[in-house]
Design a protein around this ligand. Structure first.
Ligand code: ZN
Length: 186
C-alpha cells in the first residue's frame, strides 16, 4: 500500500528544493494534504478492473454497444501533471455485456494511476477484451495534457487522440468508421 510518510517527506524536499519556506503557514499542511490526495488520484494502482466487470448480463443480439464522453482525469507519469478529457468505448458483445456504469469504472481504475495516454487506452481495451470476451473492442481517448499546455510548448486547447482497436474492430475498417461516426455525433 501507499507509504504516506515517504510522500510527505518527498513533498517537503521538493518545496525546499524550489526554495520555499516549509514552515510558513500556507505550506504547513501541504505535505499531508498531498499524501491524502495521492490516495485518491493514484488509488487505481491498488484496484483490479476485473472487479467492476464481473457482473455481466446475457444478450441475444450482438449489436455494437457504445459508451461515449466518459470524462476522466489522470496524471502524466513524465511530469506528474494532470491530463484529462473524454474516453469513448465501443464493443461488439459475444453474448455478454457489462453494466454501462462499469465501463466508466474501468476507465477510472486506469486513469487513477501515473499514466501515459497511449498505455491507458490499450489497458482499457485489454481489460474489456479479457473480461467480457467480446467479438471486438475499440477505445478512443482525447485529452488535454497540462504538461503541454501550462509548460513546454504551451499550446492550450490542443488535444492528444489515441485509439486501440482489437478483434473485429481491428479487422473491419468499416466497423471502426461506424464507431468514429457515432462518437462524433452530438
Ligand atoms: Zn507529461
Amino acid at each position: 500500500m501507499m507509504d504516506y510518510d515517504k510522500i510527505r517527506a518527498g513533498v517537503r524536499l521538493i518545496l525546499e528544493g524550489i526554495g520555499e519556506d516549509i514552515t510558513r503557514e500556507g505550506l504547513l499542511e501541504t505535505p499531508d494534504r498531498i499524501a491524502r490526495m495521492c490516495a485518491e488520484i493514484y488509488g487505481g494502482l491498488y484496484e483490479d478492473p476485473a472487479k467492476h466487470l464481473q457482473k455481466q448480463f446475457t444478450v441475444a443480439n450482438d449489436d455494437m454497444v457504445i459508451e461515449k464522453d466518459i470524462t476522466f482525469y489522470s496524471t502524466c507519469e513524465h511530469h506528474l501533471l494532470p491530463f484529462y478529457g473524454k474516453a469513448h468505448i465501443g464493443y461488439v458483445p459475444d453474448g455478454r455485456v457489462a453494466g454501462l456504469s462499469k465501463l466508466a469504472r474501468t476507465v477510472d481504475v486506469f486513469a487513477r494511476r501515473p499514466q501515459i495516454q497511449e498505455k491507458m487506452t490499450a489497458q482499457i481495451a485489454q481489460a474489456l477484451a479479457e473480461n467480457l470476451k467480446p467479438k471486438g473492442v475499440i477505445v478512443m481517448l482525447e485529452a488535454e495534457h497540462t504538461c503541454m499546455t501550462m509548460r513546454g510548448i504551451k499550446k492550450p486547447g490542443s488535444r492528444t487522440v489515441t485509439l486501440t482497436a482489437l478483434g473485429i474492430f481491428q479487422e473491419q475498417r468499416d466497423l471502426q468508421d461506424r464507431f468514429l461516426a457515432m462518437v462524433k455525433q452530438l
